[in-house]
Design a protein around this ligand. Structure first.
Ligand SMILES: Nc1ncnc2c1ncn2[C@@H]1O[C@H](COP(=O)(O)OP(=O)(O)OP(=O)(O)O)[C@@H](O)[C@H]1O
Ligand SMILES: [Mg+2]
Length: 617
């Protein structure tokens, strides 16, 4: 169902490409990350001085360079404000407090900037990703959707992109800044006591190796869980769109059962993700606990013995350094699982973004104006995806003409390939063999956009957007005036009906135009086609029959639409067929008869048979 597209680089790396693309923001984030990293590690050094110079009072003689610097600095500071002191402890205390305050304030601002910038950057990246996704949805050929389910795509759009957002912000807010603090604190620990520091780092490689292992698991498992979520969304959307059928056929239990099955699969897979994440956390905490016990034991012993040049003050600072180092490691560990999950989610998004889009126009493709000569099918064959026993033609060597200004009716039994043929004209698919010529020019050498501007379509099942009547009629034509819209509506015999709606032209139509009758919906889509004013008309008549009043209104609307246009009509109504200039009868993907309605009737073939059936009903 979901084919995997292998890409050269990992999704996370590609995601980071989106981030790095915004250079200025990224540079700002990095700068702020450095500042807040320094602000977070500086207190270790200050604490060391505090213990040695303030609490113990080693003084200038007994202290190290940093301690002496603090004492001198403190004295100079007090001197400057006119309250000189000989007491080295007071001097050191004053400077320590002042520096702590400065570091605190700088840290607070840096935190603000880091979180604000990080969040903004991740939101920007993710909104870029969303736009790219929606653009891609429209760029993908329709054949893509034959293989993929709507629910799955919605799930990718809604859920996976949201997970990606969380991942990107965690990378920016945690994975990026914390290593700065870790390195800073590790340096401090090394500076305080190199041998003890190295001993306490012993378990770090084990931690890293385990993280990689567990991370891979989390990625795999969350990919499965996300796919399940897509399935359950699909089940949900099926339920929604089939609600009328479900209720009428009292199939609630069955629909629920179907949903529960996918829902339960998601549950199991999500629990599996949880297990991996919990393992990762537990390992982290365990390593931390073991390290702490080891360091406390070793450090305590060393302080008692007085070896390795370790005194109580240094050891206290060392513990602070270690705690400062492990806090970000734990945060990283917590973020790690989420980031791996985001990696899976990003992979599913890139899968859609990487799918090949609609074939590009050839560089030599030409523009085309209004249809002058007409449309010609020249031995066109087409098959949907190759089946198990090779391609099965849905259309086989179909040839006929639609002369300019004429109406050609395409008739034939259900499944004959009529809608497929219309899709070929719209370039939703390309013929497997043969050519479609527009004014003598092969369709695939005409710029798609310029050709489609010449075509107006009325689909078999009228689709209305969840928007006002006005917007539905003016769809794709944002520049038209109210007069234009009303003229089209009058011609389509829907104007009076619209005035009868609660808000007239401003009435919002339900998701599927639920507030309108079938005939009214058809006439709205006819008004839409009239307004487009295209020279070529593709009309796939609805198969559903309407009551005679509605039928007459639709018929009148259609006559207006067909006036003076080149039209290919997939006809089901007898009146449309009678008015056509030429009939093409399609059966099993082949043209079996064609000619004027009178001649075909006389021949007494399939058309005459279908016609009789139509008359009878
Ligand atoms: N997306 C698709 N993938 C595979 N096969 C398809 C697809 N769409 C249609 N078909 C098959 O192609 C054949 C022609 O279908 P088409 O929709 O063109 O028939 P039609 O003549 O428009 O029928 P109707 O009068 O019922 O609308 C049918 O056998 C159908 O099963
Ligand atoms: Mg059809």
């Amino acid at each position: 169902m979901v084919e995997r597209l292998r890409t050269a680089s990992s999704p996370l790396r590609r995601l980071f490409g989106f981030v790095a693309h915004r250079r200025r923001d990224m540079a700002l984030v990095l700068a702020v990350v450095l500042v807040s990293g320094v602000a977070e590690t500086a207190p270790i050094a200050i604490a060391k001085v505090f213990v040695e110079q303030v609490l113990i009072g080693q003084g200038e003689a007994g202290g190290d360079d940093l301690g002496v610097l603090f004492v001198k600095g403190g004295q100079a500071l007090l001197d400057a404000v006119g309250s000189a002191t000989e007491d080295t402890r007071i001097a050191a205390l004053v400077l320590t407090l002042l520096l702590l305050l400065v570091v605190g304030v700088v840290g607070a601002f840096a935190s603000y900037a880091r979180i604000y910038l990080g969040r903004r950057l991740s939101a920007a990246v993710v909104s870029d990703l969303r736009s790219a996704f929606v653009r891609q949805i429209m760029a993908l050929p329709l054949s893509f959707y034959g293989r993929r389910k709507t629910g799955d795509l919605i799930s990718r759009f809604a859920n996976d992109i949201q997970l990606t957002y969380r991942g990107v912000s965690l990378v920016l807010l945690v994975a990026l800044p914390q290593p700065v603090v870790i390195v800073g604190a590790a340096c401090a620990a090394l500076w305080l006591n190199a041998r003890l520091a190295l001993a306490s780092f012993l378990l770090l490689p084990v931690l890293a190796a385990l993280a990689v292992l567990v991370g891979r698991r989390i990625r795999k498992r969350s990919a499965k869980s996300l796919a399940s979520l897509g399935d359950s969304l699909e089940a949900m959307s099926q339920t929604l769109s089939g609600l009328r059928v479900i209720k009428a056929f009292q199939a609630e239990e069955e629909a629920l059962g179907r949903f529960e099955r996918v829902n339960h699969r998601w549950f199991r897979r999500q629990v599996a993700v949880g297990t991996s994440k919990a393992t990762a956390r537990a390992v982290l905490e365990l390593v931390y606990a073991i390290t702490l016990v080891g360091v406390m034991g070793l450090g305590g012993y060393l302080v008692i013995e007085g070896t390795w040049g370790l005194n109580a003050g240094t050891f206290l600072s060392f513990l602070l350094a270690l705690a400062t180092m492990y806090r970000p490691i734990r945060r990283l560990g917590r973020a790690y699982g989420e980031i791996q999950e985001a990696g899976s989610a990003a992979g599913r998004i890139f899968e859609v973004l990487d799918a090949p889009g609609e074939p590009q126009d050839r560089p030599s493709a030409e523009d085309i104006g209004p249809i002058r000569e007409g449309l010609r099918f020249d031995r066109v064959s087409f098959s949907y995806e190759d089946g198990d026993d090779g391609p099965v033609d849905v259309l086989h060597e179909v040839s006929f003409d639609v002369p300019a200004g004429k109406t050609v009716a395409l008739v034939g039994p259900s499944g004959a390939g009529k809608s497929t043929l219309a899709d070929l004209i719209l370039r939703f698919h390309s013929p497997r063999a043969g050519r479609i010529l527009v004014d003598g020019v092969p369709l695939d050498t005409i710029r798609r956009e310029s050709f489609l501007r010449q075509v107006a379509v009325v689909e078999q099942s009228p689709f209305l957007f969840n928007a006002t009547v006005r917007e539905n009629i003016a769809y794709g034509r944002p520049d038209v005036t109210q007069e234009d819209i009303e003229r089209a509506a009058r011609l389509a015999h829907i104007h009076e009906d619209i005035l009868g709606l609660p808000d007239g032209y401003d009435t919002i139509l339900g998701e599927r135009g639920e507030t309108l009758s079938g005939g009214q919906r058809q006439r709205i889509t006819i008004a839409r086609a009239i307004l487009k004013g295209a020279s070529l008309l593709l009309l796939d008549e609805a198969t559903s029959s309407l009551d005679s009043a509605s039928e007459r209104a639709v018929q009148a609307a259609l006559e207006e639409l067909l006036k003076g246009r080149t039209a290919l009509v997939i006809a089901h109504r007898m009146s449309t067929i009678e008015h056509a200039d030429h009939i093409v009868v399609l059966e099993g993907g082949r043209v079996v008869e064609q000619g004027s309605p009178e001649i075909l009737l006389k021949q007494g073939g399939l058309f005459a048979h279908l016609y009789e059936l139509g008359q009878g009903s």
